[in-house]
Ligand binder design. Structure first.
Ligand code: PLP
Length: 404
């Protein structure tokens, strides 16, 4: 058997420094990056075990919950989605999923693979669900679990979930929510809203590299997992086994990704240091300035007014402007990454993320200057400097002191 020749000596890895203003991964604080370079501990080392306990407490703070079963699943946000669904759902169970974007659609796929009898209700991209229509669907279907995305990253829609959680409980159902993009960016109140199961990701508003999925299960959800008749479909994501490692048994299940856990610990420490409320405020202030600047260039949001996520700005590409031309120029000339449209918004939308560490005034200003330049080069009729002036005015009107 011929084998491949030995590759020429590869140069040391040297990725470009990008300004990550897309739908994730977001910019990561240098403190988090250096945590990843620290010496490895064994996954059962008492120091690592103490770090896991600390991370659980930090996650409870971020999720605003006292749930005992709160931890980070090894894998990206989608692994968190899968962990929630496969643990709560047994084959034949009914699940109602609200779909108004790509991630709601993904939840349907995951639930079907877990053997759920799925009913999906839909809203057009950019819109949110009215609690009344979800209540009607819950009454009609009688599901075991209702699944809904709190922050739909494909459309920028910010879905209120508290009333929907109440409707689910009135009908005896559990509610599971996707907070991959909301956690650390806008209020997430797991106990306050009585959420039964929640998952998130590290690389959006927590500003940590991708690789872990924070999850939390209410006592009722834990009870339902223990009352299952059938085995959990996924060995890797079986919470009953994983919780024996994260709990006091320290039973080996799989080797924890040590460096990723360092990073998450450090990212959460930064969240605590800043304070959740201040962090939400910072995301909102920068969003309002970005929105003012975009408005001055005649760029409008796809997402319904009043339901626009501050950390994910989904806007309409101006008439006559080519999506890829602009995004390539932003990357090549300015080092800025933004996202394109997903699903039915492909070619029609830009998704501008101001997530976590990336949500800063320098980034808003740089991006508006870059976009204005690109659009003017492509001969769009835009008054020079109008976007930056509008953003500056918004900062002056809102609390600019949190920007530093
Ligand atoms: C990013 C995202 C996911 C998937 O997370 P991955 O880390 O890409 O696996 C799921 N739901 C929402 C709302 C997201 O934004």
């Amino acid at each position: 058997m011929p084998i491949s020749p030995r590759p020429g000596s590869p140069a040391p890895l040297n990725p470009s420094a990008r300004v990550l203003l897309g739908p994730g991964p977001s910019e990561v604080s240098p403190r988090v990056l250096s945590a990843m370079g620290m010496p490895l501990l064994g996954h059962l080392d008492p120091e690592f075990v103490a770090l896991m306990d600390e991370t659980q407490d930090l996650l409870r703070y971020a999720f605003r919950t006292e749930n005992r079963l709160t931890m980070a699943v090894s894998g990206t946000g989608s692994a968190g989605m899968e962990a929630v669904v496969v643990n709560l759902i047994e084959p034949g169970d009914k699940m109602l999923v609200c779909v108004n974007g790509v991630f709601g659609g993904r939840m349907v796929d995951v639930a079907l693979r877990a053997g759920a009898e799925v009913t999906a209700i839909e809203r057009p991209y950019g819109e949110v669900f009215d609690p009344q229509e979800v209540r009607d669907a819950i009454r009609k279907v009688g599901p075991k679990v209702v699944g809904i995305v709190h922050a739909e990253t494909s459309t920028g829609a910010w879905q209120p979930v508290e009333e929907i959680a109440r409707s689910a409980h009135e009908a005896g159902a559990m509610i599971a929510i996707d907070t991959v993009t909301s956690l650390g960016g806008v209020p997430v109140e797991i106990d306050g809203w009585a959420i039964d199961a929640v998952y998130s990701g590290t690389q959006k508003c927590l500003s940590c590299p991708p690789g872990l999925a924070p999850v939390s299960f209410s006592p009722r959800a834990v009870e339902s997992i223990h009352a299952r008749k059938s085995k959990i479909q996924s060995w890797y994501l079986d919470m009953t086994m994983i919780s024996r490692y994260w709990g006091s048994d320290r039973f080996y299940h799989h080797t924890a990704p040590i460096s990723m856990n360092y990073a998450l610990r450090e990212a959460l420490a930064l969240v605590v240091e800043e304070g959740l409320e201040a962090r939400w405020q910072r995301h909102m202030t920068n969003h309002l300035a970005l929105k003012a600047g975009l408005g001055a260039m005649g760029i409008s949001y796809i997402t319904t007014e009043g339901h626009q996520l501050p950390q994910l700005n989904c806007v309409r590409i101006p008439e006559g402007i080519d999506d890829l031309t602009v995004r390539k120029r932003l990357l090549k000339d300015w080092g800025i990454e933004i996202g394109g449209g997903l699903g039915s918004l492909k070619g029609q939308a830009w998704r501008i993320g101001l997530m976590g560490h990336g949500s800063r005034r320098v980034n808003v200003t740089l991006f508006l200057a870059a976009l204005e330049t690109c659009l003017r080069e492509l001969s769009a009729a835009i008054a020079p400097g109008a976007a930056l002036a509008a953003a500056a005015q918004a900062y002056a009107a809102n609390d600019a002191t949190v920007q530093a």
